[in-house]
Design a binder for this molecule. Structure first.
Ligand code: ZN
Length: 402
């Protein structure tokens, strides 16, 4: 295609809203707008990527071929690690287990077993948070039970969740277990016989009680008495209430123990590239721009570059360089080489800069001096030097290089 037909707009400076270098280079090279929408040039690149991923074989292997250091997580998700990434994943540095934070599994360490003590109701004024309760009773948070109350969207079932007081519930894990939920209303909480801030599963009506798998191993937890201002000491799952569902329901965090090998998990920010069912091509292109650029512009691999060749001509005084370049343009297309033909009347410096910015794998330059000797310049984007090449051999050389 011709440079002018694509309406390419390159920029001398990065946009002020660039959060990553990859975004800045994509915007400067004219692949995306400031609002992160693909331009015609960007669409060419995305279409190449779609073709590359069309055959649904080993995706991790494909990302390796693209030169992307990706992380394959559980549930067939693939991430690109980047500090500005919106997703938090937990990864084991030893066995490479990885998962999204909300879904990550880890080894839970129960506190030492102790005999079950009798239930006891105590006055706990203004202790409607785990924090205030643990302070008031001078107990560690892991000796408390945290209550969370929801209503299931499907059938309006009241769902009462219990996790240990020092842990955070994972909504992703809960949803996977029981289906979509919303927070229960004050009315629904009252109807089940619970009291917000002082709730426990002891003595509830018509509630689906769901507990984290650490709860049945945790004896004598402090829980609400379902009466404002009161708590129960020594609640025991199985004795004082029955759980309908027992499952892993809490979030892992950095430092927790790897489910596979026992090493500590590390937290990494990342960008999600693929789920089991779909590929986020715009995120893949951003990751590629992050991994493949230098201080002059992009240097995308051929599977993602919008064109194989950046063809440019420098104006001549005696010879018609444009006509020679035009002939090469036709010849390359006949051989299924994709070409971006920069036939603008611009200064050489502008064209060289744009060629580096756009970053096609190969650049071919038609200039008067070399043309006189029947030669053109061939330069791979990642190479430092030009190769003078006979015009008669250029198509062959390009095909070999791709
Ligand atoms: Zn591990």
């Amino acid at each position: 295609m011709r440079y002018r037909d694509l309406q390419i707009q390159t920029q001398r400076v990065p946009p002020s809203n660039a959060r990553t270098e990859g975004f800045a280079w994509l915007a400067r090279a004219g692949y995306i707008t400031r609002e992160n929408q693909p331009t015609k040039l960007g669409e060419e690149s995305l279409s190449r990527l779609k073709t590359f991923f069309q055959v649904d074989d080993n995706r991790s292997e494909k990302f390796r071929r693209l030169g992307l250091p990706v992380i394959a997580a559980e549930d067939a998700e693939i991430f690109f690690p980047i500090p500005a990434g919106p997703d938090e994943i937990l990864q084991c540095p030893s066995c490479h287990y990885a998962a999204q934070r909300e879904a990550a599994r880890f080894q839970k360490i129960p506190f030492p077993a102790e005999p079950k003590l009798p239930l006891e109701k105590i006055l706990t004024p203004e202790c409607n948070t785990i924090e205030s309760l643990a302070n008031f009773l001078n107990l560690p948070k892991e000796k408390t039970a945290k209550a969370l109350m929801f209503t299931r969207l499907l059938d309006n079932k009241f769902i009462f969740v219990v996790v240990r007081g020092d842990m955070q519930m994972s909504e992703a894990k809960l949803t996977k277990l029981v289906g979509q939920v919303r927070p229960a209303t004050a009315e629904e909480i009252a109807k089940a016989g619970a009291a917000a801030g002082y709730a426990s599963p002891v003595g509830l009506k018509d509630a689906l009680i769901v507990v984290d798998d650490l709860i049945p191993q945790s004896n004598n937890l402090v829980a609400g008495a379902n009466q404002p201002g009161f708590h129960l000491l020594n609640t025991n799952c199985g004795r004082d209430y029955k759980a309908e569902l027992i499952a892993d329901l809490v979030q892992a965090k950095a430092g927790d123990v790897c489910i596979n090998c026992g090493q500590s998990l590390s937290a990494i920010n990342a960008s999600l590239l693929t789920t089991r069912s779909s590929i986020r091509f715009d995120a893949v292109l951003s990751a590629l721009a992050e991994a493949h650029h230098d201080d002059k512009g992009l240097s995308l691999p051929k599977e993602a570059a919008p064109f194989n060749v950046y063809l440019m001509q420098l104006p001549g005084k005696e010879l018609d360089t444009r006509a020679a370049a035009e002939n090469l343009y036709q010849a390359m297309q006949k051989e299924n080489i994709t070409v971006l033909f920069d036939d603008r009347d611009e200064r050489a410096g502008v064209k060289f800069n744009d060629a580096d910015l756009v970053g096609c794998p190969l650049r071919v330059t038609v200039g008067e001096k070399n043309l006189r000797a029947g030669m053109v310049e061939l330069k791979p984007r990642k190479a430092a030097e030009n190769q003078l090449t006979a015009i008669s051999e250029i198509v062959f050389k390009i095909k070999n290089a791709l």
